[in-house]
Design a protein around this ligand. Sequence first.
Ligand SMILES: [Zn+2]
Length: 284
Amino acid sequence: MRTRIAAGFVALAALLSASTAGAQLRDRLARAAGAAVVSRAPIGPAKEIEIGRNIASTLAGRYHVVHDTALVGYVNLVGQVVARMSPRANEITFRFDVLDSDDVNAFAAPGGYVFVTRGALAMMQSEAELAGVLAHEIGHVDAKHVLEKIQRADMLKSVRQEADLTGPLLDQVADLGAGAIFTGFDRREEMEADSLGQVYAAAAGYRSNGLATFLTRLHEGEQGRGAASGLRARLARTHPDLDVRLTALQRQAAAAQLDPAAGEALADRFHARMRVAPRAAARH
Ligand SMILES: [Zn+2]
């Protein structure tokens, strides 16, 4: 099955050049891959990874990671297939972990540290949906959404070079980054991560609408249960405007001529792997 996914690879550049939306994405990707973000102090990939590792330990400490080799290995397999489409794949190593939480959510720290909750896995119906969610998080890393917030922070005012970002200041910066992740992103950032994620997943050979079908299920659950659900209220806060995002995803798919029926869904493989980890499916 892995080889079928590999055979499904299409040239990312060709996909991106297919439309105006693709051209905008390509520009954004080029900036994310190369140019430094306008900042008080430039932060290169090595320092970004150091900051990200610090933030990742905060996330892992808050939720605890799942120590299930088979489950985490599978999530990594899917994540790595998608991460190969990232223009930053040569500069950072993406890592994927599962958080032991019933919350339906996913997070990404700078430097390529991606997390998905057990609760999110339990709501997914196919590997394409998992790929779509992980690709969305890779999109946040590639677009440097958290790193930009850090680089604009007042606490970096006195920092002239990234080597000064160390010790207690590094911890403060990481706290700021973790806070930004818990607070959530704005609509523009979410839609940017959606766009990148949809393209990465399709380019990796997955059915392009995996993220959209997952978001649709969340959206329907949200409407069905009402705003009183703490779980969905938290999700809505960190991932706002689900209906707006779905519309944008469909528009991008149409503009880039992504065929929703093309690519692999791999529902059976996903469910088989989830059965190996009964806790992932037992809740709710
Ligand atoms: Zn997001």
